[in-house]
Every structure is written in C-alpha cells, then in structure tokens.
Design a protein around this ligand. Sequence first.
Ligand code: C5P
Length: 224
Amino acid sequence: MSSANRPPLVVTIDGPAASGKSSTSQMVAAQLGVRHVDSGMIYRLVTAARLRAGGTSESWTEQSVLEEAGRVSVAPGATSFEPLLDGEPCEGEIRGEAVTRTVSLVAQMPRVRAWVNALVRATASVHEIVVDGRDMGTAVFPDARLKVWLVATPEERARRRIVQRTGRQPTSAELAEETRALEARDAKDQPQTQPATDAVWIDTTGITQEEQVRQIVLLARERR
Ligand code: C5P
C-alpha cells in the first residue's frame, strides 16, 4: 500500500497502573510529531462527571453514568487532548483521590467502555495518535501499526508514583502502602488489562524512560 492510502498511524501503549504509559506515550508522540491520547483520562472524566451529579458510588448504575457522559469532551491541543467537563478544564479534579477510588467501578461498565472506545476511535479517524490504556491494542485498535505492552514490578511502579507525587524517594512504609493500593487497582482492572498477542513487551523495571522511548520510537519509525 502506498503511504497516500495507508490508514493514519496508531501506536498503542498498554499496561497496568503506573507502568509509565502516559509519560512514555507523551514523549513518543512528541518525537513522532503526532498527538497523545490518554484513554484512562477519558474514564476519569466520565467518573468525575458522575461524581459531580452526587450520590454514593454503590448506587451508580450504568445508565446514570452514561447520562452524565454528554458533559465530557476532549479538545485537541498541539500535542495532546485536553480534558473538559462542562466545557471547562478539569485536570486537577480527574487526578484527585475521589476519581482514582471510583474510576475502576465505572470502567467495568460495558456500555461505558463502548462509549469511551467510540470517542477514542473518533480521535484516530482525524489525527495520527499514540494512545495509552489497558486494552487499546486489543479491544479498540486491533489493527494498530505498533502495539506495546509495558510492564514493571509493583514495587517499582509504586516507587515511581511516590517520586512523581512528592519529588523524593519513599520510606519503606509508604512503599508498602502504595504497592498494596496499586495491586488492589490492578485486581479490579484485571478483566480489561490484557496484552495483545502481537504486542512488543518492554519491561521498564531496569531501564530509563529515555531508553524505553528510544526503543518505541525506533519501532514506530520502522513501521510508519
Ligand atoms: O491510566 P489511568 O490509571 O489513569 O486509568 C484510570 C482507570 O481507567 C484505570 O484504573 C482503569 O479502571 C480505567 N481504564 C480502563 N481501560 C483503559 C484505560 C483506563 O479500564 N484503556
């Protein structure tokens, strides 16, 4: 197929929580000159919309979540998509504790997954993208040009998360608590967190982020 009629480039980067998907995807997208889509951000947005509507999460139904989804949008920026709720930026809200605690519940709802997947596919119909998540290379873009599956040990993921949040290395008690929280979220997200059979596995435990990015960019350039 000539490059003129090839479908737009899609690179998928999947893996468990805090495996470095988002920051790696941003850097890969920047080097390839395409946009980054964070699918977890869209699950977080829908969750934040439902939280604003009130009620305890135990009473949330799929229908009541979908009723709030119309308040959510993503605006294309120079290198990524900005999350908007009721038309306003909401980055702090969607990364907050209340959303992180309830997002896995919302992400288990099949019609919510279908809604998010349709929104992500719509971005790829008009933009070349690097997209990260749990099931981008399986459920959403089974024909992606390149699929990457990022892994790291739970302790290393917990350590990175704390360094990112506090700017210092964790104490052993903090590390143990964060590892437990990550493993609990991994367990809840397990059904939708699967590598594609044709994904390239990269274990990031012992390599720098620059090295991960370099490997993925090389592979993407070969396949572009
Ligand atoms: O990637 P992040 O941790 O921000 O994702 C937030 C949540 O969104 C995950 O814990 C998971 O429940 C859900 N998610 C998902 N499928 C994706 C991306 C995220 O179920 N492709």
